[in-house]
Design a protein around this ligand. Structure first.
Ligand SMILES: [Zn+2]
Length: 325
């Protein structure tokens, strides 16, 4: 009988750390999460991740699982050869420069693989989720930020210096809004959650619509992305307009990616996508309108299937998708 391999993965997020164990069929054996408490600083976060890794491996050993390495997904640009956070990580103060890989290897004494969280999500969807029928796909996560993972020939395209897939920082307006990366006019400055909330507030500066009045208990300060989608699902015209508009902008930006790579599929995940209310449909329609007809003709526009588990699943798989460097 063929032995089933087991995998251990950790997905570091600015809010929560999600982690778990699964097997080579994609069956999840254990999953849990802990608050990341990033405000405490980078060193406590690294210790927390180490502790989580230790407990995961202990659990795997107790249940006699065959785990050969530990994989970790993290925000930011990750040097996946050294396992170091190399740059671009505004949501976790002090995280740039942290050597996740060598620290964990010293304490846990087994191979450690570290990569960007959106790259990990892309691998998970490729293996077990919406991408499993495809050899090329672009995965986009839309939430607090906009991240991306590019799959070419069933492997990650990491770029020449680890920074491929930063789709949120494609410039769609050369003199546009300031982005937290320091540049202007990035897609993220228009389509990530804070930008969407700001635009909604702006549209209601002369008063709330009846549905928002109810959803926000009369106070615009209660507006967040979940409430916006709630209003849209209740049929609020203004909320639907904001979502439609966001889809238009995002689709315009992403049509460039489709023209560039002509992938088989584009897969959407992340908090905003889970909100429903026609967001993916609006984005997909804009992509089809804007991209070259040949590039969009066979393009599949899909929602991610693995939800919150994608990050740790993809991290766990990293040992099978090593860098070609
Ligand atoms: Zn930017």
């Amino acid at each position: 009988m063929k032995t089933v391999d087991h995998y251990a993965g950790i997905d570091i997020g600015a809010t929560n750390i999600k982690y778990g164990l699964f097997d080579s069929t994609g069956k999840i054996i254990y999953r849990d999460q802990k608050p990341a408490l990033v405000e405490k600083g980078a060193t406590p976060l690294l210790h927390l991740v180490t502790n989580i890794g230790e407990n995961l491996l202990l659990r795997a050993a107790e249940e006699e699982m065959n785990v050969r390495w530990l994989g970790v997904g993290s925000p930011g640009i990750i040097n996946n050869v050294t396992g170091e956070v190399a740059g671009a990580c505004p949501n976790i103060p002090g995280w740039v420069g942290i050597k996740i890989g060598s620290h964990l290897k010293e304490y846990l004494n087994l191979p450690i693989y570290v990569d960007n969280d959106a790259n990990a999500m892309a691998l998970a969807e490729l293996r077990f989720g919406a991408g499993k029928r495809f050899s090329s796909a672009v995965c986009i996560t839309v939430g607090t930020g906009i991240g991306g993972g590019i799959i070419i020939d069933k492997n990650l395209w990491r770029g020449s210096n680890f920074s491929a897939g930063e789709i949120g920082h494609i410039v769609i307006k050369y003199d546009g809004k300031e982005c937290r990366c320091g540049n202007r006019g990035c897609l993220e400055a228009y389509c990530a959650s804070q930008a969407i909330i700001d635009r909604t507030k702006d549209k209601m500066k002369n008063g709330l619509t009846p549905i928002f009045e109810e959803v926000l208990s009369g106070d615009i300060q209660n507006l967040n992305i979940k409430k916006l989608f709630m209003a849209a699902r209740k049929g609020d015209e203004l909320a639907l307009e904001v979502i439609e508009e966001t889809g238009e902008i995002l689709g315009a930006g992403l049509s460039g990616i489709i023209n560039l790579l002509n992938p088989e599929a584009i897969i959407f995940g992340g908090g905003i996508v889970d909100g429903g209310a026609g967001f993916v449909e609006a984005t997909g329609a804009a992509i089809r309108k804007r991209a070259f007809p040949m590039a969009a003709e066979n393009l599949r526009i899909l929602k991610a299937e693995l939800g919150n588990d994608a990050g740790f699943i993809g991290a766990g798989l990293l040992g099978e998708y090593k860098s070609r460097k």
